[in-house]
Design a protein around this ligand. Sequence first.
Ligand code: TTP
Ligand code: MG
Ligand code: MG
Length: 394
Amino acid sequence: MQTFQFHPYLYKTFLFYLRSQNSQITPSAYYLMVRKIIHIDMDAFFASIEQRDNEAFRGKPLAVGYAEARGVVAAASYEARRYGVRSAMPSKTALKKCPHLIFTHGRYDVYKSVSNEIMEIFQEYTDLVEPLSLDEAFLDVTENRFGISSATEIAKEIKQKIFEKTNLTASAGVSYNKFLAKIASDYRKPDGLFIIRPKDGEQFVETLEIERFFGVGKVTAEAMHQMGIKTGSDLKQFSEAQLTQAFGKAGHTFYLNARGIDDRLVEPDRERKSMGAELTFEHDIDSLEQLQLILHEVAEDVIGRIDKRDFIGRTVTLKIKYADFQIITRSKTGFVPVTTFEQLYRIGLELLAPIDTSPKIRLLGLTIKRNDNRIHPADAYQLKIQFEEWKNER
Ligand code: TTP
Ligand code: MG
Ligand code: MG
């Protein structure tokens, strides 16, 4: 069946638009907006590389790190894991669990170059690659360079290519959001491939231990246990208000994740956090009209510097430096990415209007900053208007 495929940002905007219309998303509407996300993670990464490059290590319990008193295990081979040896474990403990554990020192330049090799493979499919560490990344393959409609097919190909190029195995998770794709990649390790389909996501999450949820560390897990929350299904019993009261902003995330929903975008690493420009005037200025002209110039400069496909900043910051070198900044965060001169200039004017221009000013700067892409549903009503605006601008 052919489903609609949205550009990831359109997906996002549309999702919030729907929510603003009717606080509940119907399953069918959600299905129409489905994204295809893959999470790939190398198996026992450092340890597998050492086993690949040294025959003596193959099939043996191996730890990468220092065996000395204060050493810790960076990576453990699967053979070592059978004895309970894990990453971040003190070497002393590891040796107690597995007395014949072999230690070898890390070769980080080699790990980095293997990492580059796998990242290159990901890039063959899409620009939307978000590396999380040397050995793993998210890919949004909703649209991909080969027009392959099956994300599972892509995941298989990638695993194959990684093996051909590096002689190492990776595990892949395929799903419709980051949260589930990451859990899926871990589910059948090593050399695994696991798919969580949209129709199964919510049920899958019910059985999930709370420790596996995104953002649940030791402290949060303990707090949840106190509340009687052990699994996703326990978590679901709590209202959004209860969860935000207990966990602040994260509570909102837990509420959505418990329903298999995760709106975070795959954000390419090379996407800059912010892009800006500023101008120091030859002569200090105190007229608003003149500042507006300068704003015009600076805004053009900033827009000229951003790559419109990749940069999705929504926060605009105006910086003013007075003649006495005092600096003030004023920011505004909108609901759609600022990508055009008209948008940026308009927001810049709004920020400039209330600023005191009676003391002389020596510098004006303008920056667009990338945000995390969460928008609180309470703010979502605004999107209706902005969605229309955004459509017109396309
Ligand atoms: P991971 O992907 O977490 O682990 P892994 O690849 O060794 O094993 P798995 O098959 O479960 O994915 O981390 C990747 C590499 O990062 C790992 O090989 C070593 C390094 N690392 C550390 O140096 N310290 C740590 O605490 C962890 C978790 C990893
Ligand atoms: Mg790994
Ligand atoms: Mg990893």
